[in-house]
Design a binder for this molecule. Structure first.
Ligand code: NAD
Length: 274
């Protein structure tokens, strides 16, 4: 099953990326190939993995006959540094069984290592050499972004950050927009913690949709790239069944009202110590 109406975004003015993809964090290596196969069957056109997820090989197996599926992977913190990054990229590309990766990200700035600028130089090199179609970062604050843009002269195509209705990241999004950086939402469903929210439930009931579908539609409406995760084939189908309804302005405003000062679920990139 595939949907011709799936929206996409443009990275760095030239690379088309599906706006909805499958995230595979915490999907065990022995399960991931089946989940990705189910997702492709359900109509997903993009998969988000990382070296740290230890499931790139399974993703590569599942996508061996699906070269058109957009693949993102990420450089792990311990592999930061110019030469180290080039080596880590080769290892990821080989596990994914691709010569060219669609999108390669620095997973975390890991500022205490003082290596993210050198790593970004390596990503710029990979792009120049045609080994990646687009390069970006994840969990970078505006200060980290500023530094790599000034010191390397290359703007990331995308920044993948924690973003969901309880943690909406308006400042980061405004900064990205000013610099032509696409914002991608990780843990877009709030890791499943938002399913009983009464406001989301009411909106979902009004459309005959589920809360997960309403949240995903909200990300799409906001122009965010969204990568919900599930291992269940019924939920994979549910989470992509979002292109046949639209939230109205009042519903969007109600969801905007769910933003919370204590909404962060994951670590703060400035203080994370790994
Ligand atoms: P998520 O917000 O996508 O939530 C996933 C969980 O929500 C599932 O495990 C399940 O419990 C629940 N769920 C999913 N579909 C549902 C449905 N239809 N109905 C009810 N419950 C449902 O969480 P996530 O996995 O943390 O984030 C998604 C992806 O983002 C990851 O798989 C990964 O690719 C990426 N990510 C990146 C970073 C980073 O540092 N760059 C960090 C975390 C996640």
């Amino acid at each position: 099953m595939s949907s011709p109406t799936q929206p996409s975004v443009t990275l760095s003015g030239s690379v088309t990326m599906p706006q909805l993809g499958l995230g595979v964090w915490q999907i065990p290596p022995h399960d991931v190939a089946q989940v990705v196969t189910d997702a492709v069957e359900a109509g997903y056109r993009a998969v988000d993995t990382a070296s740290e997820y230890q499931n790139e090989a399974g993703v590569g197996d599942a996508l061996a006959d699906h070269r058109d599926i957009f693949v993102t992977t990420k450089l792990w913190n311990a592999d930061q540094g110019f030469d180290e990054t080039l080596r880590a990229f080769d290892a990821s590309a080989s596990r994914l069984r691709r010569d060219v990766i669609d999108l390669y990200l620095i997973h975390w700035p890991s500022p205490h290592r003082e290596r993210y600028v050198a790593s970004w130089k390596a990503l710029a090199r990979l792009k120049q050499e045609g080994r990646v179609r687009a390069i970006g970062v994840s969990n970078f604050t505006p200060a980290h972004l500023e530094r790599i843009m000034v010191e390397v002269g290359e703007t990331p195509a995308i920044n993948q950050i924690e973003l969901h209705p309880r943690f909406q990241r308006w400042d980061a999004r405004a900064y990205h927009e000013r610099h032509g950086i696409v914002t991608q939402s990780w843990s877009p469903l709030g890791q499943g913690t938002l399913m009983n929210d009464p406001i989301l439930r009411r909106i979902a009931d009004r459309h005959g949709k589920t809360v997960a579908q309403v949240i995903i539609a909200w990300h799409l409406h906001a122009g965010l790239v969204v990568i919900p995760k599930s291992v269940r084939s019924d939920r994979l189908i549910e989470n992509i069944g979002v292109f046949d309804f639209r939230l109205d302005d009042l519903e969007v405003a109600q969801i905007v009202g769910l933003d919370a000062v204590d909404g962060r679920l994951g670590p703060d990139p400035d203080t994370a110590t790994w």
